[in-house]
Design a protein around this ligand. Structure first.
Ligand code: M6R
Length: 615
């Protein structure tokens, strides 16, 4: 939810931390700050607003450098975004400074205790409470920073990744994590810290991903010490080789990451299918499924847990799994599932879908499922993410880094994986004949071309966006596989344009939403499914007769709905289960162009962050 960066070595830490924070800005962008040890004292600069604002402030200073430092880009949880609540936070003596990603749940009780002991607070944050608890323990127990951090973390409840520095020991940075990600880049005589590895990709390809409940005392002149937070045992973490391509996290000439990511979808699907869809052999190879095929064949029920866009992918999977593999599926918001006493046991399979692999609710849901004995399968995009590590097995989507806060290519690659699983299980369970299996995989193989064709309607969609950009409410309607697409279209519009939108199954319109229809209310209708075509045609007429504006997504060559709709967007025909691949993309583009025309910050919409690592 926030981004953490750190550096310890012989280079000037400021530009490394600043550029690193820019790469993590997708995690939060309502304030930023940096603290450096300049060889003499700790110097800190922080402010409300984006990193560019901090950069401007610092550029006015005569000097702001040092070889050790920590930085933070914030998505506010406790306390509004303002200068005081920005990180780094310092202890009362100003000796210790920390940056924190996560939430300390018992912070108010701890704060009260500290106030009784004479501590005072300048911000409303839980982080300031933590740094003062560390200081209190350090003084009381007469211990060094590492031990004080460890003792303090054993007293707090919540989720965190932190980096701390102490003027009394300025050649070390103490980091720890529980529930929020943190990795350490290992260079030659230098260390880097990041919420993910992107801040230090220019400097090293070697990284250590701290596990939940681990901490490290990173030191300049002595070997770094890795240990568990809960006890004094040492750990011996593995140094991993990073495979992330730096070019993939740049805009490559597009105005926004979101647009770039929308246009990357044909190649992202190919990357997801690579090695898995083996047309010549007529097989789908997925080791995560193959290795546990008995579980998938014997289970009676699959529960999918996810949030936001990933939840929409799960809803599409429900239609796919039930139709293609005849497996009963339930799709749950992870945030509800985790508190609902779900009836899950060792015969169950729980599939967790998450782009980031760090979403706190999804992580908690799979922990609960595992505790109850279920087999957990993770579908994540970020390699090495917490959910991918916690799951018993899984598949990476290989969409490449998704920087735009609004999820686009991650969604398309999630449904690619889910379709592969459905077809694979359909075959293994004897539901699909060899002929049907081949038809499915050949159609999947042609989807890249169809997506590319949809993208060629970009200019037309841009013009439609100009016509409806001033609407204050929009309705998205679809049926079957396209009902979740309607939900996803509405979510995309809401999050980046701030226009209120609702997604509905088209047939539900007459049970309420139709009351909203008037000349000011555009309805975006997905009308590609032949099975429901006549029924959707009736819906279109119902809207038209109430003077509603209609934007219809139809198959190429559509005759009826195109005659009535105000605007049509044609997409290539495909089988029902694959229609979301071609119908989602026009809705992504429509939202994108509306948001751009309204002057919104498309890649970093207000109040949002890329990964939600708090409850
Ligand atoms: O990283 P995850 O897929 O677990 O994230 C889940 C949601 O937070 C995410 O999909 C969110 O809804 C996006 N902003 C949607 O565009």
């Amino acid at each position: 939810m926030c981004g953490i960066v750190g550096y310890l070595g012989s280079k000037n830490a400021y530009p490394i931390i600043l550029e690193g924070l820019k790469r993590l800005e997708y995690r939060g962008y309502d304030s930023a700050g940096i603290c450096l040890y300049n060889g003499n004292k700790l110097i800190s600069n922080k402010s409300k607003g984006k990193i560019s604002k901090l950069e401007k402030r610092i550029s006015k200073l005569k000097t702001f450098h040092g070889n050790i430092g920590i930085g933070h880009t914030r998505w506010a949880t406790h306390g509004e975004p303002n200068d005081k609540n920005s990180h780094p936070h310092s202890s009362n003596s100003n000796d210790i400074h920390i940056v924190h990603n996560g939430i300390i749940e018992n912070y108010s009780a701890v704060k009260e205790e500290l106030i009784n002991k004479g501590f005072h607070f300048h911000s409303e944050t839980d982080t300031e409470v933590l740094v003062n608890l560390i200081e209190y323990i350090q003084i009381k127990e007469n211990v060094k920073l590492g031990e004080a951090v460890q003792l303090a973390l054993n007293q707090v409840i919540g989720a965190y990744s932190i980096a701390a520095i102490d003027i009394k020991k300025p050649d070390e940075i103490v980091v720890a994590r529980l529930g929020s990600p943190l990795c350490i880049g290992v260079g030659k005589d230098e260390y880097f810290i990041g919420s993910d590895a992107t801040p230090f990709l220019d400097y090293t390809k070697k990284a250590i991903y701290l596990k939940d409940g681990e901490m490290a005392i990173i030191r300049n002149h002595k070997p770094t010490q890795y240990r568990k937070i809960a006890d004094d045992s040492f750990t011996n973490p593995t140094v991993e080789k990073l495979e992330i391509d730096l070019a993939k996290i740049q805009k490559k000439g597009f105005d926004h990451f979101m647009l770039k990511e929308i246009f990357e979808q044909p190649s992202a699907v190919i990357d997801t299918l690579r090695g898995r869809l083996r047309l010549k052999k007529g097989i789908i190879k997925m080791s995560g499924i193959d290795d546990f095929i008995d579980k998938f064949l014997s289970t009676n029920k699959i529960t999918i847990v996810a949030c936001g866009t990933s939840w929409h992918a799960g809803l599409i999977a429900e239609y796919m799994f039930e139709k293609i593999a005849k497996i009963s599926v339930e799709v749950e918001y992870a945030s509800e599932f985790r508190y609902r006493n779900p009836v899950i046991d060792k015969s169950d399979i729980v599939i967790a879908i998450s782009q980031s692999g760090e979403t706190a609710d999804t992580l908690a849901a799979i922990k609960l499922a595992k505790k109850q004995g279920a087999f957990v399968y993770g579908i994540c995009n970020v390699v090495g993410s917490t959910i991918s590590r916690e799951a018993d097995a899984g598949s990476y989507t290989h969409a490449g880094p998704e920087i735009g806060v609004a999820s686009t290519k991650a969604f398309i690659t999630q449904i690619t994986i889910l379709f592969l699983i459905a077809v694979k299980l359909g075959k293994s369970r004897g539901v699909l004949s060899s002929k049907q299996f081949r038809e499915y995989i050949y159609e999947l193989n042609s989807i890249k071309k169809k997506i590319t064709k949809v993208l060629s309607s970009n200019d037309k969609i841009k013009k439609i966006a100009a016509k409806i950009k001033n609407a204050t409410n929009c309705l998205y309607l679809g049926r079957g596989y396209n009902f979740p697409v309607a939900l996803e279209g509405a979510l995309k519009l809401k999050e980046i344009s701030y226009i209120h939108a609702e997604g509905y199954p088209a047939a539900e319109m007459k049970h309420g939403p139709i009351a909203l229809i008037d000349k000011n209310m555009p309805s975006i209708i997905i009308a590609t499914n032949k099975l429901y075509y006549d029924k959707i045609l009736s819906n279109v007429q119902e809207i038209k007769s109430r003077k509603g504006k209609i934007i219809a997504v139809v198959f190429e060559g559509d005759k009826e709905i195109s005659k009535i709709a105000d605007y049509t967007i044609e997409v290539p025909e495909t089988i029902p289960a694959l229609t979301p691949f071609v119908t989602t993309i026009p809705l992504q583009l429509l939202s994108y162009h509306i948001a751009v025309k309204l002057g919104r910050n498309v890649d970093q919409p207000r109040n949002l962050a890329k990964s939600v690592t708090v409850e």
